[in-house]
Every structure is written in structure tokens, then in C-alpha cells.
Design a binder for this molecule. Structure first.
Ligand SMILES: Nc1ncnc2c1ncn2[C@@H]1O[C@H](COP(=O)(O)OP(=O)(O)O)[C@@H](O)[C@H]1O
Ligand SMILES: [Mg+2]
Length: 599
């Protein structure tokens, strides 16, 4: 049962059920035929079941007539029995075939959908992805595709079966005896309407329950990640109070929803049994009056069950269909998200990079109307080491983001060796850089693969050489399987160790331009010096952008750019900037407050 209660109380409703179901059928494309076959088989298997009671009736009449006349003619009874067995066998065959064809279509469409989602992710610009909620995107990949995969074709076939059985059994009853049909079907329908009204009025408990679950998830996540803070401040008591309040209300709503949901099948049983009683009482009266034969009464008993059983299944199926449509809307929402421009026509490339990078009056904003980079112009000469410094939030990482075209600039131009980077494909552009990003990121593969990133040119020797140079080998060697250790959740690395891996990854790759975004902010000063020396040795020929937090580490930069509120406010060498006694001097002094500045 889903957390929101039983399926028919599901609070998640699609915007447009039928339009989405049609879109979904268009999406599954070639597997539509499988679903159609499933529908056809459902119809055939229902038809077999609907015909069966007629032969049951003639068998019963044969027996009843025989008992009345004193001699039973077994011939017609046996042949009716054989037809019955044949009908039940056909039903078995049709449903088995349906159960083979339909899941096959579902699984293949689920497979295709997951693939489409994954490839779509790489085509959505970061500008759009930033605004999406991680948990939400993840649930589209997992929960939503799962709902569609497991339910789409099945719920269509089940709905067809249920409707055919309901309509078909009423039709068969009408053909056999219209007045008995009315007296047995109408009370059941009335009872069912009453039950729906009851469920509707209890809907609020179901919504309360799913809201409660959402709040509880949020709180548990918050407490789990903030456990150290909560316990440091001895705030467990207040946290438990908040938890207890939610838990209490969850208990109350869960209890009520559980009671209401268990009521539905029981009431359906009651209605179906009531149907029997009505059929038996009215039927017997009609037999006595000579308006009904005994066999038809027996057939009616079966038809009443065939009519009431699918009601519950149909309401379940409709609810499932709604959740499939809601999931499909979310999946289609992602698949329909804006994409990055097609770059197949961009052919500009730089074969031999000298490393002259220029920004010309660049303006950029993450969200419209809030410029982060105001009017940035700068020139970096080949082989120069350029440092970018400035307070947190000044826009340093943003400069990297637009240089690598993770985001597109609003106006101005960025060129490398005179070529406008917007004329190159993103792939071609990024080939020119080794980057150590501010956020260290490793993935669940071996240390070796985390460093080589699948580049065949990064050999094992190169990896070892780089790791030794920056002093990362010592901690890698101590891991269980050295360079083959898989960095999964069982491996706990410190932020500094992760940064070293990022640096190794960037250095192992032989690209002409280098970007370091606060790459050594979490390694100790001794190791930082060693990393720097190694970088200087391995990358002497590369033009580099170094965003540094500790100003002491950029003393030998060829040029220091001081960024403040998205503009370069000062520019010069370390000594020159200190002498100018401007913003850089203020930054520098604030870092060394209370320390011996002559060091
Ligand atoms: N992905 C983003 N979406 C919206 N705003 C962002 C994003 N990344 C950074 N910003 C904002 O842009 C400004 C500059 O950020 P950033 O370049 O990361 O600063 P820093 O100099 O610390 O590296 C900040 O005000 C930050 O809040
Ligand atoms: Mg930053």
C-alpha cells in the first residue's frame, strides 16, 4: 500500500489523465502493439468467463429436469460440461499469454524511459538544472519510471477486463431475465455509491497522513545530517519534542486511514453476499411463479459475483492509472525541459594552444536582472599564472563557470588564442582545460579510475608519478587495495584527501590550460607547499588560473586579479598590490590579523 493510503485514496492526481495516458501510449511507440494485444486477450478471456454460466445453466436445468421426470439424460449434461471446461481452459490460455506479452512491453518501455532520462540530463543547461530539486529529479528517475514500468500496460488491461466483466455480466443477465437483473444489480450499485461517499469524506485523513509522512521525512533527514550540531548544543530534548508532535499526529491519521481502508473490501464482500441473497430470494419466488428456470438462477449467482468483484478492482485500477499518469507527467516534464543549443555545426577548434585568454566586457547573471559579473575584462598571456582573489561570493567560481561554458554569458566575449569560445563546441572547449573544482567529487569506482576519468592516455605510471609528486600516494597506499580501492560509501576520505585526488586528476590529464578553484583550501600548509612545487614542475608550460583562499599561496603569481562584487577592482603583482594599500591590502591584513606579519 502506498504511504498515502490505499490506491483509491491516492492524493496525487495528474493534471490531465486521458491526455497523459494518450501521450504515454505515443511514447511507448512500438510496444503499443503489445499493449493492444494484451487488451484483446483481456477481452477474449473475459468473454470466455462470461459465456460459462450459460452452460452451467443448461447443465443445471438438465439435472433439475431429470430429477423431476425421474430419468437423467447424461448426454447433454456431459457435452455442456465439456464446453465449460473448454471455456475455462481458454480463459487460462488467454490470461497466461497476456501475462507474458504485457510485462515484456512494460519492462522494455521502462528500460527505454530510463535511458532517455539519463541522456536528457546531459543536455539540460545547468541554469535549468540548478533550479530543480535533487530529490525530485531522483524520484523521477526511480519511483516514477518504476510506477510506469510496473503499472502502465497492466492497469490498461485490468481496466479493460474489469469493465468487460461488469458490462458483460449485466448484459448476460439482461438477456436471461431483465427483472431479476434490476432487483439484483440496483441495490449493489446503491451500496457502492454509499461506500464511495464514505471514502470521500475520509479523504482528509489520507492527506493528513501523507503530509505527516513528508514532515517526518524532512525532520529525520535534518536531524540525521545535523546530528553532531544537535548533540553538541545538547538540543536533543527539543528535537525529540518536535519529533513526538509529528509522530503523534501521524499515529492518529494512520490509525483512521487504516480502519477506513480495511472497511472497503469488507463492505464489498457484504454487497456481493447481499447480491446472492437477493438473487436467491427473488429468484426462488420467480421459480415458484413459473417465471424462471432453475438453471438461470444458478447462472445469476455466478453473474452477480462476476459483476461485483470487478467493481473494487476497477476502482483500484483507476487509482493506479492516475498515479501512472501523474508519474508520466513528471517524467515528461523532465524530458521536455529546455535543452542546450545544438552544437553539431560548431567546428572552431584550436589545435596548438598558446594559452592567451581574454575576457572582453563580459556580463553574466545566474538569474535575470541580478548580474553577478558586471563588466569583466582581462587578458592572460601564454604561460602566465593568474591568481584570482576576493571575498566569498565575489564571483570567483563564476568566472570559471563561464570560461568553461557551464553557463552562457549575457554579453561580451571570451576568447582563447583569439577564438571566441562560443564558436567552439563545449566538448572541444573543455578538452583544453584541466580543472580542480571547488567541490571535490569522487564517484564509486577505483582510485585509479577516479584519477584517469576513463582517459586511455592517463597511464598507471602517470597516475603514480602525479600522486607521488603531490604527496597523495601515502594515504592511497594505506587504503585496503591501494590504487584499486573502490571509493564507495565505506571509504571515508577527509576533505583534504579528496582535494588531493582532484588535483591528481587534473594534473594527470595533459591539457594546456589549468584552473584551480580553492584547490588546496583544506590541506595543511606543509602539504600545500609540496603540491604547489609539484604543480610548478609538472605544469610550468601551462597558463593557469588559480583561485586562492589563502593569499600567502599566490605570492609568485604573474598577475593577481582582485574581484569584488563581480568586477575586477585591482590588478597587479603581490608586492605592487600591497604597496597600493587598496582592497587587496585590506584582505591580506584581515587574514593575518593577530599574526606576526613579517613572517
Ligand atoms: N548556480 C548558481 N545559481 C545562482 N546563483 C549563484 C550560483 N552560483 C553562485 N551564485 C551566486 O553568485 C555569486 C558569486 O558566487 P561564486 O562565484 O560562487 O563566488 P566565490 O567568489 O565565492 O567563488 C554569489 O552571490 C552566489 O550566491
Ligand atoms: Mg567559489
Amino acid at each position: 500500500m502506498p504511504p498515502g493510503g490505499p490506491p483509491w485514496s491516492s492524493v496525487e492526481k495528474p493534471q490531465n489523465l486521458w491526455a497523459t495516458m494518450r501521450a504515454l501510449l505515443r511514447y511507448v511507440g512500438k510496444y503499443r502493439m503489445h499493449i493492444l494485444a494484451g487488451v484483446l486477450l483481456s477481452l477474449l478471456s473475459s468473454a470466455a468467463l462470461l459465456l460459462a454460466p450459460r452452460f452451467l445453466a443448461s447443465m443445471t436445468n438438465g439435472i433439475a429436469d431429470g430429477i423431476a421426470s425421474g430419468s437423467v439424460d447424461l448426454g447433454p449434461i456431459t457435452s455442456a460440461g465439456m464446453v465449460l471446461v473448454a471455456l475455462y481452459l481458454l480463459n487460462l490460455a488467454f490470461t497466461s499469454l497476456e501475462n507474458y506479452i504485457v510485462p515484456c512491453a512494460s519492462e522494455r518501455s521502462g528500460h527505454a524511459m530510463r535511458k532517455d532520462l539519463a541522456s536528457k540530463m546531459f543536455r539540460i543547461p545547468l541554469r535549468i538544472l540548478d533550479r530543480m530539486n535533487t530529490g525530485d529529479v531522483m524520484s523521477r528517475f526511480t519511483n516514477d519510471t518504476d510506477t510506469i514500468r510496473t503499472q502502465l500496460a497492466e492497469c490498461i488491461c485490468h481496466a479493460v477486463t474489469a469493465i468487460t466483466m461488469m458490462v458483460g455480466s449485466v448484459l448476460m443477465m439482461l438477456i436471461a431475465n431483465p427483472s431479476l437483473t434490476v432487483v439484483s444489480v440496483v441495490p449493489v450499485l446503491l451500496g457502492f455509491a454509499l461506500m464511495i461517499a464514505m471514502i470521500k469524506s475520509s479523504q482528509k485523513y489520507f492527506s493528513e497522513q501523507s503530509r505527516g509522512l513528508g514532515r517526518m521525512n524532512g525532520l529525520v533527514e535534518e536531524l540525521y545530517y545535523g546530528m553532531d550540531v544537535v548533540t553538541t548544543y545538547n538540543d536533543q530534548g527539543r528535537a525529540m519534542e518536535r519529533f513526538s508532535e509529528i509522530n503523534e499526529s501521524l499515529y492518529r491519521s494512520a490509525f483512521r486511514t487504516r480502519f477506513v481502508s480495511s472497511l472497503m473490501p469488507r463492505m464489498m464482500d457484504f454487497l456481493s453476499n447481499l447480491g446472492y441473497v437477493i438473487v436467491c430470494v427473488f429468484g426462488s419466488a420467480m421459480i415458484i411463479e413459473g417465471r424462471l428456470d432453475f438453471g438461470t438462477l444458478v447462472a445469476f449467482i455466478v453473474y452477480v459475483r462476476q459483476f461485483t468483484d470487478p467493481i473494487l478492482r476497477l476502482s483500484d485500477t483507476l487509482a493506479t492509472m492516475q498515479s501512472v499518469a501523474a508519474s508520466a507527467e513528471r517524467v515528461f516534464g523532465f524530458l521536455g525541459a529546455e535543452e542546450m543549443d545544438d552544437e553539431s555545426g560548431k567546428t572552431a577548434r584550436i589545435d596548438k594552444v598558446e594559452g592567451r585568454v581574454s575576457f572582453e566586457h563580459v556580463r553574466f547573471s545566474y538569474s535575470e536582472g541580478v548580474p553577478v559579473i558586471q563588466d569583466l575584462s582581462l587578458d592572460v598571456l601564454p604561460g602566465q599564472k593568474v591568481a584570482i582573489v576576493g571575498p566569498t561570493g565575489a564571483g570567483k567560481s563564476t568566472i570559471v563557470n563561464i570560461l568553461l561554458r557551464f553557463y552562457e554569458i549575457d554579453s561580451g566575449r571570451i576568447t582563447i588564442d583569439g577564438t571566441d569560445i562560443s564558436e567552439m563546441s563545449r566538448e572541444e572547449l573543455r578538452r583544453l582545460f584541466c580543472v580542480v573544482p571547488q567541490e571535490a567529487w569522487t564517484f564509486g569506482a577505483s582510485v585509479r579510475e577516479n584519477i584517469s576519468m576513463g582517459d586511455p592516455e592517463v597511464t598507471d605510471e602517470r597516475i603514480r608519478e602525479v600522486c607521488e609528486a603531490i604527496g597523495a600516494d601515502s594515504f592511497i597506499e594505506t587504503m585496503d587495495e591501494g590504487y584499486d580501492t573502490v571509493l564507495d560509501e565505506s571509504v571515508q576520505l577527509s576533505i583534504g584527501q579528496r582535494q588531493l585526488l582532484m588535483i591528481a586528476r587534473a594534473m594527470a590529464r595533459d591539457a594546456p590550460l589549468l584552473i584551480l578553484d580553492e584547490a588546496t583550501s583544506s590541506v595543511d600548509t606543509n602539504l600545500e607547499k609540496r603540491v604547489e612545487a609539484a604543480m610548478r614542475r609538472l605544469m610550468s608550460d601551462k597558463a593557469s588560473f588559480i583561485i586562492a583562499h589563502r593569499l600567502s599561496t599566490i605570492k609568485d603569481a604573474d598577475c593577481i586579479l582582485v574581484v569584488r562584487d563581480g568586477s575586477i577592482v585591482e590588478k597587479g603583482t603581490f608586492g605592487g598590490l600591497l604597496e597600493a594599500k587598496g582592497f587587496f591590502k585590506t584582505l591580506y591584513d584581515s587574514q593575518f590579523e593577530g599574526c606576526d606579519r613579517r613572517r
